[in-house]
Write a protein that binds this ligand. Structure first.
Ligand code: 4NP
Length: 160
């Protein structure tokens, strides 16, 4: 039987710093495992101010330093996302609340905090800070996304 596709949406506020970082890390990890083909990964922002922009250069610099990349452009979360994605991972509690407000009640159990498997809460917004904030975002997401993969790959029959 063919494996079910796992559809993952990473969400932050602007979709130029944290969620593209998460998209790049997750894609690189899955590619390293030879499992990227099973997944459909996108990122989006709760806000639309940066729609159409490439990721922040500071996010790209950190990704490149770690052998990863993100080639997508920013977009805002749209209603169809709640139907399409199996796992919608919010970068912080504010993003999660914004998603919960517009998500149909029947799909709210698809919303999570990205750091949940690592026992964390918020990925700090690095936009107004220095480069070390972007490294911290990388470290937090690297750990948590590895744990998400363990969870997803452990469920060969899909959502259970
Ligand atoms: P992100 O960071 O949500 O991680 O992409 C931000 C990017 C832009 C803004 C805020 C946060 N902004 O206010 O423009």
């Amino acid at each position: 039987m063919e494996e079910a596709e796992v559809r993952v949406l990473l969400v932050c506020l602007g979709n130029i710093c944290r969620s593209p970082m998460a998209e790049g890390i997750l894609s690189a990890k899955l590619e390293g495992l030879g499992r990227l083909g099973r997944y459909h990964i996108e990122s989006a922002g709760t806000g639309g101010w940066h729609a159409g922009e490439r990721p922040d250069p500071r996010t790209l610099a950190v990704l490149h330093r770690h052998g990863a990349d993100c080639r997508s452009r920013a977009r805002q979360v749209e209603p169809a996302d709640f139907e399409h994605f199996d796992w919608i991972l919010a970068m912080d509690r504010s993003n999660l609340r914004d998603l919960q407000r517009v998500c149909p009640p029947s799909r709210r159990d698809h919303l999570f905090l990205a750091l949940e498997p690592a026992g964390g809460t918020d990925v700090p917004d690095p936009y107004y800070g220095g480069p070390e904030g972007f490294e911290q975002v990388y470290r937090l997401l690297d750990e948590a996304l590895g744990l998400w993969i363990t969870r997803w790959e452990g469920r060969s029959a899909g959502r259970g």
